[in-house]
Design a protein around this ligand. Structure first.
Ligand SMILES: C[S@@+](CC[C@H](N)C(=O)[O-])C[C@H]1O[C@@H](n2cnc3c(N)ncnc32)[C@H](O)[C@@H]1O
Length: 511
């Protein structure tokens, strides 16, 4: 392949990405595969192929990252046929400009297509990751019916479009065809992934799953952590080894484990591999720490200096570039659900802002003279306070992301056994001081909770309904009846019932 074509493809892809906003791209699942990633996936896929010819399919072709990567492989078999489907007209035009005599680009919805014969022996795809709530019910039902009749597998209505793609593509595959799917790793754990897992274990021969390290972001869609699934259309009733790898590169993963297919059919949580073995027990007594990481809010060093109300912000002429909304202390917040305006600021009577600027002083002086003047007023007083003195620069703040649930961890509790602590559902982007504990969903649950607000809401309701003694027994009681619970202690609170909404979607991992 001439490098010039790949260059041209990258430019076309960049122009397309630029012209579309994130919401549009989410609806169509338009997150292009970086070429280096496409190359390593293509190389491993072709190495599994047992044929002198390639009959290639890219069902959600975009500008053809995988086709381009296969073409570029040295010593590859001859490509005798190459087909790509793409639903978006403009993407189709761009792809045709690039591949005028390469892959045949068909402008169609792949989920509606049927081949004349099982013609494909190599399929590589990064299918659209469109989440289920963007899919129309009748569309889901249409695809479910086809899959039920061709594979005898029922697909849950909570499945993302990528699951339908994987299963609908089966009818294109010739015997021994190799498939590689770059998909969200979520299917490995959640209930709706059962259909894909059944397909991988019963209808084809699963070869390998490589999970990318979620700490190293692959796509602009920050919620997605990705995996590549390879399988061969060669079903067998026998047991066989499947490879699980994690991190690093496909050629040189950071972790590696081989598991028998028979084990995979009893272990529902596949992201345990390769790091862990199969589970010994599934906890029926889930604790807060199983689902959330509990962190204390930030210690500013001097709330009265660093946290300002709107009047003060206006009077000082401070700018929102370095102000982060922050939640008032529990004494001044009487709600348990904190709503947000369009910018994500909490909808409360007197919003507060934290001065959150980690720039060196000389830059602040140039960029934000109004902030510089204000900070000057704290030198010698605030700057000498214990916590401020310990920081690299005295006005610097700890960095925290907004947490979807907060807990007021000190209180007496009303008479009649009411819980002394409140759980607050936070829809805003405000962070909190150390008068709160912040509950962050653990990685395995992050996506589910971010995309299913009703599950999060049910959990929050469950937490607020926990019997007071459950919370108090993990915490401490001080003289005068003041009760307090520390982050670690809150993590130990057992919440049978409160996490039921989540267990509909996910298993509870014991470790
Ligand atoms: C995740 S992107 C991948 C593009 C390309 N294969 C790559 O790896 O860079 C998915 C592509 O599928 C297209 N798409 C979405 N729904 C589709 C459908 N029902 N049929 C065909 N293509 C679709 C999107 O427009 C987008 O270009």
């Amino acid at each position: 392949m001439s490098n010039a074509i790949e260059q041209k493809r990258r430019i076309e892809q960049k122009l397309l990405d630029k012209a579309r906003d994130t919401e549009y791209r989410r609806r169509l699942g338009q997150f292009a595969t970086p070429f280096e990633m496409a190359q390593e996936i293509a190389a491993y896929s072709v190495s599994l192929l047992n044929s002198q010819q390639i009959r290639f399919l890219e069902p959600a072709v975009g500008t053809g990252a995988f086709y381009s990567a296969v073409l570029a492989l040295e010593g590859r078999p001859e490509i005798t046929e190459a087909l790509g489907f793409e639903i978006d007209d403009e993407v189709v035009h761009a792809a045709r400009r690039i591949w005028d005599n390469g892959i045949k680009i068909i402008n169609a919805d792949f989920t509606r297509e049927t081949p004349d014969s099982k013609q494909i022996n190599l399929l590589i795809s990064n299918p659209p990751y469109v989440r289920h709530h963007y899919l129309a019910t009748d569309e889901k039902m249409r695809m479910q019916r086809i899959i039920e009749s061709t594979l005898g597998i029922h697909v849950s209505g909570l499945s993302g479009l990528y699951c339908y793609f994987m299963l609908l593509a089966h009818k294109w595959l010739d015997a021994n065809a190799v498939s590689a799917w770059l998909v969200p790793s979520e299917f490995m754990d959640v209930n709706y992934g059962a259909a894909v897992k059944r397909y991988l274990l019963d209808k084809v021969r699963l070869v390998r799953i490589h999970r990318y390290d979620p700490a190293k972001l692959m796509f602009d869609d920050a919620l997605v952590s990705s995996a590549v699934v390879w399988f061969v259309n060669e079903p067998t009733a026998e047991d066989y080894p499947v490879e699980f790898t994690f991190g690093g590169t496909i050629e040189n993963p950071d972790q590696h484990k081989t598991l028998q297919r028979s084990l995979l059919s009893v272990e529902r949580k596949w992201t345990r591999f390769p790091e862990h073995d199969t589970r010994q027990l599934i906890s029926s007594q889930p604790k807060i720490k199983d689902v959330f990481e509990v962190k204390r809010g930030i210690a500013t060093g001097d709330n009265s200096f660093f946290i300002l109300d709107k009047n003060k912000v206006d009077a000082l002429g401070l700018k929102h570039d370095y102000l982060t909304p922050i939640i008032p202390s529990p004494r001044h917040l009487d709600v348990t659900e904190l709503f947000a305006d369009e910018s994500g600021n909490p909808k409360i009577e007197s919003p507060l802002y934290l001065i959150d600027c980690n720039l060196p002083e000389h830059l602040i002086k140039t960029l934000y003279p109004e902030l510089f003047d204000y900070l000057q007023s704290g030198i010698g007083s605030v700057s000498n306070r214990y916590l401020c003195k310990a920081k690299r620069c005295w006005y610097q703040q700890e960095q925290r992301k907004p947490a979807p649930i907060l807990c007021t961890y000190m209180g007496r509790g009303a008479k009649g056994g009411a819980a002394p602590f409140r759980f607050i559902l936070n829809h805003s982007r405000a962070i909190a001081t150390n008068s709160y504990l912040m509950l962050y969903p653990k990685e395995a649950y992050r996506l589910t909770l971010a995309t299913n607000p009703s599950i999060l809401k049910n959990i929050w309701t469950g937490l607020n309904n926990l019997p007071a003694e459950h919370l108090v027994s993990e915490g401490r009681v001080y003289g005068g009846g003041l009760k307090k619970i520390e982050p670690k202690e809150l993590g130990e609170v057992v919440c049978t019932g409160s996490f039921e909404p989540l267990s509909l979607e996910l298993d509870f991992a014991a470790g």
